[in-house]
Design a protein around this ligand. Structure first.
Ligand code: HEM
Length: 158
């Protein structure tokens, strides 16, 4: 029951994170591209600020629940006298998951800070450059996330 609850939380956290990236990248960004820079950058800074708070919580929740599930399964195998061998899909998920969190932290604490500073100072060229960087790294994270989903849900293994 606890395992199933944590797995559900794990997947819900991922839904918020991946779903939000899809929305921002494919729907919000093209729609606001037509706006003037000051309005566009203020709007994106506000929307991303709210979204990144949710991603911060979701990414840490995914990490904590994922590590807990790993530990739980490994412990059970060892206690029953077996030797724990991590499935390849889990290894891929853990490694790429940690990479995604590191990339998110870079987006949130370096690039988004740069965007916020530029918006406060009304430096629209600098703001546009920071937003373009955020877009690139969000698409990297989206690609990694979809890859993890494919490997995990399609049960790909060596
Ligand atoms: C941050 C490090 C992560 C760790 C340590 C981790 C670990 C785990 C573990 C141990 C399970 C349980 C698998 C099972 O009981 O069958 C699981 C399930 C799952 N994880 Fe992760 N995970 C991480 C990140 C991610 C990411 C980034 C994604 C997607 C982008 C993801 C998607 C999923 C999905 C969809 C399941 C359910 C799989 C199923 O039931 O078929 N995880 N994760």
């Amino acid at each position: 029951m606890l395992y199933a609850t944590l797995k559900t939380l794990h997947v819900l956290a991922i839904v918020v994170w991946i779903g939000g990236m899809v929305f921002a990248h494919f729907f919000l960004r093209p729609a606001v591209a037509q706006l003037e820079a000051p309005l566009r950058l203020r709007l994106m800074q506000d929307v991303l600020g709210r979204f990144f708070k949710a991603v911060f919580a979701a990414s840490l929740l995914a990490l904590a629940t994922g590590l807990w599930m790993l530990g739980r399964v490994a412990k059970q195998v060892v206690q029953s006298g077996g030797q724990f061998q991590m499935p390849l899909a889990w290894t891929v998920m853990a490694v790429l998951g940690v990479a995604m969190i590191a990339i998110f932290m870079h987006i949130r604490f370096a690039l988004f800070k740069r965007l916020s500073r530029a918006v406060s100072a009304a430096e629209w060229a600098a703001g546009g450059a920071a937003l373009a960087q955020i877009r690139i790294w969000v698409s990297v994270n989206l690609t990694l996330g979809v890859l993890v989903l494919l490997v995990t849900l399609m049960r790909w293994s060596a």
